[in-house]
Design a protein around this ligand. Structure first.
Ligand code: GLA
Length: 388
């Protein structure tokens, strides 16, 4: 196989690994998927709409309670167990920083009136590439939430589990993300796309078009200031909304925004224009999906990327190059950056005419220009977060 593969551990092999590390079997194994942002770039925290797909890669968590109040966190990617006391979670740094996701979930539970488990052993495994914009963070948050809720015998509705994950990310990890990642991981279904009206929030699904498949090209490039840049874009959108006299940019139609152009700085206008027009593209994309018009869907995907590139300015030359190559490749309906931007991956929606050799040609052209191959990952659309 020419592409880089990440192998998921089965429930049985994760349980065996757990036993090897902690000396007994887990009582519960959970799994939550990563997601592809299909269309709706930076629309979620502006109260807009977005379409995403839960992918067939994710994070699996195994847990068992402990009577001594110790919280042991282990990941299959490290050899060290992070040992923490029960009680108020404290932010971790360095090699233990990955535990901030489950710790953020623990810290979130009381805000939803839910009980927090005391001591436990916790093992996480992932077959998601990190830093690709496929939301490994939402995946570990939701898998952790289901594990902790299971340990304490609580079963809130799916929307609450999604909101617990978002709360962890916003309040504990410190990223002012919207509800896209956790919403898609929580409400995903095999073969369907998740549509979120983020103002509600309201979650529904639409069928993934027959004859289309996803390809991810992960550049492994990541802007050093990616979290700061995301937060900066978030602030710019809030400031643009305030200058335009609305609470959220979703309240403006493209026409109303154009009429108010003089009220905002040129840079803020570009950000607002991207968001307002992107929300309109999401609506058009739902209609095109319902009509089975994959050509129109693809055109909207690539238009979304161009808007990220020129108006929201959260793309990179590497991502633009891949989109240029893919948009011109046989069998590709459309391509765009997926997720927050400033590096990461490009996704392509392709038909039967695009396969391994066409993907290889794109990867080879990228390698010739940038001196490093992107990972090429065909992706399926899998189920949402669940107890296994
Ligand atoms: C990241 C965030 C999401 C969303 C996207 C951009 O994935 O976590 O909430 O804002 O970026 O659309």
């Amino acid at each position: 196989m020419f592409y880089f593969a990440y192998f998921p551990m089965s429930k049985a092999s994760l349980a065996a690994r757990f036993e090897h590390i902690f000396g007994r079997l887990p009582v519960l194994v959970t799994r939550a998927p990563g997601r592809i942002e299909f269309i709706g770039n930076h629309t979620d925290y502006n109260g807009g709409t977005v379409l995403g797909a839960s992918i067939d890669r994710g994070v699996t968590v195994a847990v068992a309670p402990r009577a001594d109040g110790v919280r042991n966190f282990h990941s299959t990617y490290t050899s060290e167990t992070v040992m923490l006391p029960a009680g108020e979670p404290v932010r971790q740094a360095g090699a233990a920083a990955w535990t901030n996701y489950p710790l953020g979930v623990l810290a979130a539970l009381p805000h939803f009136g839910l009980r927090v488990p005391e001591g436990f052993d916790f093992l996480a495994d992932s077959d998601l590439p990190t830093g690709a914009g496929l939301s490994s963070s939402a995946a570990i948050e939701l898998a952790s939430a289901l594990a902790f809720l299971g340990l304490t015998g609580q079963a809130p509705d799916r929307e609450t589990v999604v909101k617990i994950g978002k709360h962890a990310e916003n309040q504990f990890v410190g990223v002012p993300c919207g509800i896209l990642d956790q919403g898609v991981s929580g409400f995903g279904e095999a073969g369907r796309l998740v549509f979120i009206d983020c103002a509600g929030p309201r979650f529904t699904t639409v069928p993934m078009p027959a004859g289309a498949s996803f390809w991810i090209f992960n550049t492994h490039t990541k802007h050093a200031l990616v979290d700061g840049l995301y937060a900066a874009r978030h602030r710019e959108c809030m400031a643009a909304a305030a200058a335009l006299g609305v609470k959220c940019l979703v309240e403006l139609s493209p026409d109303a925004l154009r009429a108010a152009e003089a009220k905002v700085e040129p840079a803020a206008f570009k950000r607002a224009r991207h968001v307002v027009e992107e929300i309109a593209r999401v609506g058009a994309c739902v209609k095109a999906l319902e009509a089975g018009d994959l050509g129109a869907v693809g055109g909207l995907l690539t238009a979304s990327h161009r808007s990220s590139q020129h108006l929201f300015e959260n793309s990179t030359p590497e991502l633009d190059f891949l989109v240029d190559m893919l948009a011109a490749a046989p069998g590709v309906y459309g391509a765009r950056l997926t997720g927050g931007g400033f590096g990461g991956a490009v996704m392509a929606l392709a038909g039967a005419g695009f396969g391994a050799s066409e993907a290889e040609a794109v990867a080879a052209a990228y390698a010739a220009k940038y001196g490093a191959r992107p990972d090429v990952l065909p992706m399926g659309v899998g189920p949402g977060a669940t107890v296994l």
